[in-house]
Design a protein around this ligand. Structure first.
Ligand SMILES: [Zn+2]
Length: 87
């Protein structure tokens, strides 16, 4: 597995299990997540694949999808507001 983006989700709001930001720099979680996503998307052969007209082929990439989802969640905050949409 690839390492997580460098922060931990706070899954409890009280008690000793309280987690906090573990980013080494002064990046926000959103910035850290975006950096990980950007670094991946510029180095991953799958994510960099382009089609015959030079557009990103959007090949499925498990890591890319996960990093994007982590960035999206960091950007929007934990998904507490919106219930999951049933397909
Ligand atoms: Zn990728």
């Amino acid at each position: 597995m690839t390492p997580r983006a460098g922060w931990q989700w706070r899954d409890q709001t009280s008690g000793s299990a309280h987690q906090q930001l573990v980013v080494a720099s002064d990046e926000t979680p959103t910035q850290a997540a975006f950096r990980c996503l950007a670094e991946h998307s510029t180095s991953c052969p799958t994510c960099m694949t382009v089609n015959e007209v030079g557009e990103n082929a959007n090949l499925p990439c498990e890591t890319g999808d996960r990093l994007y989802e982590e960035w999206r969640q960091a950007h929007r905050g934990p998904a507490t507001e919106q219930p999951p949409a049933s397909a």
